[in-house]
Design a binder for this molecule. Structure first.
Ligand code: AHR
Length: 493
């Protein structure tokens, strides 16, 4: 019998899990916005104001709290005035970052805010620093948010929205160490001050201004940025990006490559700890939130697809990456305030794939569905003790934990999520609830006998969760976690 143990201590709260940790990211890239969200009002695909009903319904179900838009790299070459007013008059531009595709600007600020309303999310707008001006960005905020009688507020009303949008989250550029202008940390900090000085609240809804953080876990960028920022205080968020990459391809990988990618995804924990620690030395009261506003897997381009469009399949392995990452965010609820997986539809680690009128939800989508109950819960201490896994990577032995997870409490219901990373072995564990007793639980499992399993348009339900009741009397019970699985217990206390 295995001597693995999972302990949850209800008396050791960590922090409230900010629902925004479960955020999304949708860029003008490949088929994310055009085709994935926007098909136009005249499309034969059923739509609401031009946006696909099937995608709206699926997204609404997983309660997305926030969506970041319009990029990504696209953001620093986007001029918001191109995307307002009668669609027939909007200019056609070149999407220089993503395959020189023609950007019709049919989907602009009004369409984005409507999309957010339809799925119940808050808009998170990423502004243009690389090729824009402070004036352009402050005007966008005024256009969106000003409740008074200015020319820009009148223009918004003339374009169909008299009420201010009250958009709260504003990114001041994207990846400004790279596609957002190739700035040094010091130069970007100076630009950040210049741009954010003029980004005013313009309504009763206070803005949350977000600075560009490092590429991955680069403490050097963070230190230099904050040192240059000095005592300047118009900053509320600092956003790191981390892509764990790939091993093999999206759908073809060995068992070692399965482990390698999961292991890479766990580096998010180091990023969260080290970035927050570096920020703490400048911001000990944590007035500035740590964002991870792009993260996920990034596989080689799928055969027959335009490599610039970043379309990839999404397997059970991607689902485990999502679960491991969300568990890290939950366990570090005192450190992470927003997470935005890249991206919502048809790009990178997508929730949804579309093909003409067809749509499917991916294994990653199902993890977001299963983890919904963590949103806004009180993260509590938990620990997994189980024999680790040794695997080969680059000719070296590496170690991966076999069980990982997180626990949270909301309205007297404990949500406990556990990932078994083992590709072939069931891991049976003793489950101990400290500080509570329970009788019955609901358990939902996402699992498949094939570690490469994924959903296709012909077989869209190959990987989907299954829920059942479980008798769990007392503070301790045993559970057998199947190989390559994500399990979520909902336990009324
Ligand atoms: O998500 C795809 C791209 O990855 C984004 O545009 C950019 O910010 C990042 O490098």
């Amino acid at each position: 019998m295995s001597n693995a143990r999972i302990a949850v201590s209800l008396d050791q709260p960590i922090a409230t899990i900010n629902p925004n940790i479960y955020g999304h990211f949708a860029e003008h890239l490949g088929a994310c916005i055009y085709e994935g969200v926007w098909v136009g009002e005249k499309s034969p695909i059923p739509n609401t104001g031009g946006m696909r009903n099937d995608v709206i319904t699926a997204l609404k179900k997983i309660a997305p709290p926030v969506v970041r838009w319009p990029g990504g790299c696209f953001a620093d070459d986007y001029h918001w005035e191109d995307g307002i007013g009668p669609r027939a008059n909007r200019p056609r531009r070149i999407n220089v970052w993503w395959g020189d595709a023609i950007e019709t600007n049919e989907f602009g600020t009004h369409e984005f805010v409507r999309f957010c309303d339809l799925i119940g999310a808050e808009p998170y707008i990423c502004g243009n620093v690389g090729s824009g001006s402070p004036r352009e960005l402050r005007n966008w905020a005024e256009y969106c948010n000003f409740a008074g009688d200015s020319t820009l507020a009148r223009a918004r009303a003339a374009n169909g929205h008299a009420e201010p949008f009250r958009a709260k989250f504003w990114g001041v550029g994207n990846e400004n160490w790279g596609c957002g202008g190739h700035f040094s940390a010091e130069d970007y900090a100076k630009e950040y001050k210049r741009f954010s000085t003029y980004l005013r609240d313009f309504s009763d809804n206070k803005l949350c201004l977000v600075a560009c953080g490092p590429a991955g876990n680069n403490p050097d960028w963070t230190r230099k940025f904050f040192s240059t920022l000095g005592t300047y205080h118009r900053i509320h968020g600092f956003a790191a990006h981390y892509y764990c990459g790939t091993a093999g391809t999206a759908t073809e990988y060995t068992v070692d490559e399965w482990y390698h990618l999961l292991w890479r995804s766990l580096e998010m924990e180091t990023l969260v700890r080290q970035q927050r620690a570096t920020m703490d030395s400048f911001d000990p009261e944590r007035k500035i939130g740590l964002f991870v506003d792009e993260w996920g897997t990034w596989h080689p381009a799928a055969k027959g697809r335009n490599p610039a469009y970043l379309w990839q399949q999404n397997t059970l392995r991607d689902a485990l990456v999502a679960a491991l990452t969300l568990d890290i965010f939950n366990r570090h609820a005192d450190k992470v305030v927003i997470g935005n997986i890249a991206q919502t539809v048809n790009v990178l680690q997508a929730m949804i794939l579309t093909d003409g009128a067809k749509m499917l939800t991916t294994p990653t989508y199902h993890v977001y569905d299963m983890y919904q109950a963590h949103q806004g819960g009180q993260s509590v201490w938990m620990a997994c003790e189980a024999e680790g896994i040794t695997f080969q990577s680059g000719g070296k032995n590496q170690r991966l934990p076999s069980l990982c997870g997180s626990a949270s409490l909301k309205k007297k219901v404990l949500t406990l999520s556990i990932v078994n990373t083992h590709a072939t072995n069931t891991v049976e564990a003793a489950m101990e609830l400290r500080g509570a007793r329970c009788q019955e639980a609901t358990v939902t499992e996402l699992v498949h006998t094939d570690i490469h399993a994924h959903n296709t348009f012909d077989a869209p339900e190959t990987v989907k969760p299954r829920t059942r009741k479980l008798q769990v009397s007392g503070p301790e019970w045993r559970y057998a976690f199947p190989p390559a699985s994500v399990t979520v217990f909902n336990v009324p206390l």
